[in-house]
Design a protein. Sequence first.
Length: 590
Amino acid sequence: MRKIPGLGLILLLALCFQPLSAAATETLLMAPSSNGESSPALGVGLDKTDENEEFLPVAEAYLLSAWVRDNELVIHWDIEPGYYLYQEQFKLSLGDGSALEPTFSSSVDKFDEYFEKNMAVHYTTATLTLPLKATAQPFALKVRSQGCAEAGLCYPPHDEYLAINPAQGVAEIIEKQDFTSASLSTTANADERLFVTVLLFALLGGAILNLMPCVFPVLSIKVLSLAGADRSRLALHGWAYTLGIVLSFTGFAVALLAAKAGGEAIGWGFQLQSPLLVASLAYLFLVMGLLLSGVLNIGGNWMGLGQRFTESGGLTSSFFTGVLAAVVASPCTAPFMGVALGYALTQPAAVALTVFVALGFGMALPLLLLCYFPYLIRHLPRPGHWMDVLKQALAFPLYLTAIWLVWVLGRQLGSDAVAILLLGLISFAFGLWLRQHRPAHRVARGALQLSSLAALIAAIAIPFVGLTSSSEPSRWQPYSDELLQQLRDDNQPVFVNFTADWCITCLANERVTLSTREVEEAFDRLDIATLKGDWTNRDSKITQVLESYGRSGVPLYLWFAPNQSGPGKILPQILRKEHLKEIFSQLEDN
């Protein structure tokens, strides 16, 4: 970079008699004009310029970057110390010359010697934001800026160019020669090639889904049913199965896109974020396993609907098998699927739906091809005893899938939810088991049917009643000797509950007494600190506390009144609300 002399006369002579180099042209002294353009201002600020000052190239003094975030184009400059940018000189224009109006980051006022007034300038950083539509086509943008150095140099207007793809959330700096319609058509061609590649990835990823543990049992059942199906209708079965999968995947996509349009942050497999749906699927896989094992033998009433849907030889069976396969495949992500899903969720609705359809078709493709090549089916043995043995063996992957769903629910809502779901599953299985018994006596048969109906209603009601997560924080603080001593030093009353999850008496006291409204109101009104020592797992410190009070196990309840020294008062193992209220009333008397 050429040094700028400190005297205006020297610079004027240099400009008149010496050809300008590229570097000199780049650093030519400029100042903003009143009409928004820029003109040479050879004398602006020269009295402040040090003759030994070296100025940065404009691209280094103002480092440009750009990105797309939350449907906004962000254009950002990192400005070197001692330099600033004029806000009035920012210009955003499209290839046809039309201007865009951005929003500016905060600026400061600086007195400008050329205009003899305050000008809005940006030090350190400058940020422009421009709203975008996610469905907008790719476009190019010319970005003009102009700045000065505090030492006395004003740069000429500087143009830089961006290529923006709102749908993909991409903004990148390009060269001036690329700022043409030809570059945009090249971008469009690249987008088309990317779209075709994503569709291939979706097909391949969907096909690999069939090997996932959550899908393979369902697919195995369908292949098994094809062995006994009418060979002349195999193609119809294949298309019915494909339709079930594709419609399910389309439904997932519509629900997902609608939720995202409403501002929800959800992704693939979002439906399994619902504890009730997880519980329902666990019920379904348990019943299917019991049916395959032969434990349940349900006839032609509505309770046999699921069996007919997935095991019969009709087209309805093939369709609903496809639906079931799509539902249980939703939490799985196979290789190549990640790219396809990530692309789909950033595209317009039509493109996203196309990708999801390709994903579903890829998942159905292996069985569809099997139906179109009957000689592969012919290699399967004819129906016989082997089918019963295989059918019973396939029940165990379904049981494992039910266990996995129970584990998912536990991760969502905790161990209490697992116990509730298992109770519901047992009630459900018990109700189904009762229905297959037909006593000869009419009264006994009626009583049995009523009992079965009651068990099934209870099984269905249990998840709706019990599977709720509480967002209220627990009043109980984890017990520690240090915390207890600190509370006692602060002269605060303390109630300590030593308990364990496997202690039935402890759980009964918590539910019947400690969690009641009267007792909790007393805790709050009297500012009683509540500590819980959890002995569910081995804890040597809690064991020492229990032994110091002459106890070998839980429950143990201790009361520490204010102004009390020494050990706490041991309360009865069976707590009663009246007893606690009597103890707490002593605080009010004092």
